[in-house]
Design a protein around this ligand. Structure first.
Ligand code: ZN
Length: 156
């Protein structure tokens, strides 16, 4: 495993649409392992492949309940709403107020190409939405009602 460089929000590549993963092979596994290591090293709750310069539909998420890998993920249902602070490893020190669904159901493939469905609520739902947005070139700033000052974070 190796740490990868996390692209900054200004990088053009973060605005591109990522392509589907078609080969569930060693190259994908290395990418996923590196992404997880990079996310943990940066104390993040999620990381998408384009953030490490790879335009493939792969994300890793861990909101404290274990690592979840999503390949070619699709949100198949959404319920409710939550508004709260959100940040991004590509935008260090920046936070915004973003409204997301309270619950989502995501269809995806695991690293071996096996399909599965996973549900997330609250923080996990937010992380799924945020990371899947990255695969479509969308950043949280695009959706933020407004950006937050650091001293507002606890209230948000
Ligand atoms: Zn992000």
């Amino acid at each position: 495993m190796a740490l990868r460089n996390i692209l900054n929000e200004d990088e053009e590549l973060l605005r591109k649409t990522s392509r589907e993963v078609v080969n569930f092979d060693r190259r994908l596994w290395d990418l996923l392992d590196d992404m997880a290591e990079t996310m943990y090293e940066a104390n993040g709750a999620g990381l998408a492949a384009p953030q490490v310069g790879v335009l493939r539909r792969a994300v890793v998420v861990d909101v404290g309940d274990g690592l979840i890998e999503l390949i070619n993920p699709e949100i198949v249902s959404k319920k409710g709403k939550q508004t709260g602070s959100e940040g991004c490893l590509s935008s260090p020190g920046k936070y915004g107020l973003v409204t997301r669904p309270m619950k989502v159901k995501v269809k995806a493939f695991d690293r071996n190409g096996k399909p599965f469905t996973v549900e997330g609520s609250e923080l996990l739902a937010r992380a799924f939405c945020h990371e899947i947005d990255h695969l479509n070139g969308v950043l949280f700033q695009d959706l933020a009602e407004r950006m937050l000052d650091p001293d507002e974070l606890e209230e948000a």
